[in-house]
Design a protein. Sequence first.
Length: 96
Amino acid sequence: MRKIRRSIFETNSSSVHSISIVAKEDFEAWKNGEMIFDRWSDKLIKTEDKDKAKYEEDLQTYEDYMEDEYLEYFEEGFTTKSGEEIIAFGKYGYDG
């Protein structure tokens, strides 16, 4: 069976890799509970707007994202050439 998911790069490998890049202020707001990740729309939304999400089960707090007993987590800050501060984060490892 083949499963197709939006915004996902997949190989036949059993390892998992993900990377997300967001503005530093949005990342900090997510960590502080001011924003929530809507996996359906692939974006961070204000926590008070979570009732507008298409599927409640697709909403993830920062803590929800971190709950993973199989995968390692990384987080790295960067400054772009134009001076914008961004955070790259994600997960990697063997998922099973």
